[in-house]
Design a protein around this ligand. Sequence first.
Ligand code: TRP
Length: 461
Amino acid sequence: MGREHLSSRFGVILLSAGCAVGLGNVWRFPYIAGKNGGGLFVLLYLVFLAILGLPVLIMEFAAGRAAGRPILSLHSSLTPGKPAWRLHGFAGLAGNVVLMMFYTVVAGWMLIYFVRTASGFFSPLDPSGVAAAFAGMLASPAEQIAAMVLVCAVSAAVCAMGLRRGVERVVKRLMVCLLLLIAVLAANSIWLDARDGDAAGLRFYLVPSLERMREAGFATVVAEAMNHSFFTLSLGIGAMAIFGSYIGRSRTLLGEAMNVAALDTLVSIAAGIVVIPACFAYGANPGQGPGLVFSTLPNVFNDMPYGRFWGALFFAFMSCAAMTSVIAVFETILACAMDAFSWSRPKAGAAVGAALAVLSLPCILGFSAWSGFRPFGEGSCVLDLEDFVVSNLLLPAGSLCFILYATRRFGWGWSNFLAEANSGAGPKMPGALRWYCAVVLPLIVIAVFVLGLADRFGGGG
Ligand code: TRP
C-alpha cells in the first residue's frame, strides 16, 4: 500500500511550518530572549538556525521521506542491519511525549487568555493587577485542567479525522490567519514603541550588548541559542521526519527546508517585536520567564484603541499557533502507535489523547499542590524540568543522532542521504558540504551541549 501523501506542495510547507511555528515562537522565544539579555542572543540564535538548524532539518526530512515511517521504525526500515539506531527512535518518541506534557498546558493558558481578553476580564486592571491575575490562574488548577483537556481532545479529534481531511485542512487555514495577524500586531508595536519614547524595547531586543550577555552568563546564552534553534524548528525527535514521510519526491528538500525555516524565523522575530517593547512600556521585567507574555500583553491591549478586539484576536491566533504544533506532535505519536500496534486512526487518536491529558497533570499541579518541588532551586517548577529534559537534553542529543546517521557509514550514510535530499526539482544540497556536515556539525553540537550542561550544573557563576 502506498503511503498517504499531502495534497499539494503548499500543504507540505504550511504543515511543516505549522509544526515549527508554535509556542516556541510566540511564548518561549520572547521570554528566553528576555532572560538572556536580548540583542546578542537573537543574533546567535539566527546564526545557529542557518549553520545548524537548516542542515539538520534537511537530514530529518530526508530520513523521513526515504523511510516513509515514523521515528520509531525509521531506522529499522532504512538500516535494518544496525539495531543500535533504534534507541534514537525510542528517545524521539519519549521526547515528543515529554514535550506535550507541558506544551498542552501552555496551549491551555492561551485559550484561557483568549476567553479572558474577549470577555473584558482585564479591562479594569492595572499592570500589577494583570500580573496578579496570572499568578491567580496558576494557583487554581481546575481552569487549567479544563483548558488542557480541551486542547488534547480537539487535537486528538483532528488527527483521528485523517491526514488530509483533518490535519492538513485545519492547519493550513490556521496558518494563513496567523501570518496575517502577527504582521499587523508587529507593525502596531513598532509604532507604539517609537511613539512613546526612545524605542528602549526595540533597542534591547535588536541591539547586541556584550554587557548584558555577560550578565546572563556567556555559556548559557550560547547553549540556549542553539537549543532554541532546534526547538523552534522541531528538530531531533522525529517530528519533522514524519512530515518528510508525507512529502512526494518532486522537489528537493533544501528548498522546502528553507521555506519552512524562513516562515518560522519571521514569526519568531515578529513575536519578539510584539512582546519585548511592551515590557519596557509597562515596567515588566523581560527576564521574568514563562509568564512574560501573559503578564505584559494584557496591558498593551488595555491601552490600545479597540484593545479588547485586538487582544482577543491575538490570543485566538496564539492558540492556533499552539494547536497546530500540538496537532503535529499528536500526529507523530499517533503514527508511532498505529505503526507499532496496528491500531486504526480513531483508536490511536483516543488512546493518545487520553494518555497525554493524564500526563500533562504534573505540570499543572507543579504550580499549586506540588509547588514544593523545586528541580532547579528557588522559583523553578515541573514545567522547567520538563522543558529542560526536552530542550537541553533530548533535542540536541537527537539532532546529533540525525547528523551522524545522515553523514556516517555506521549510520545511513552520506551518499544515501544526499541522493534522497537532492531528488526532485529545486536547489540542491552541494556534495562539498560533506566534511562540514560529518565533522564540523557534530563538534559544534557536542561542544555547545557540554558547555551548556557544565554551566548549569558546574556551580560556576
Ligand atoms: N517547534 C514548535 C514550536 O516552536 C514546537 C514543537 C513541535 C517541537 N514539535 C516539536 C519542538 C518537536 C521540538 C521538537 O513551538
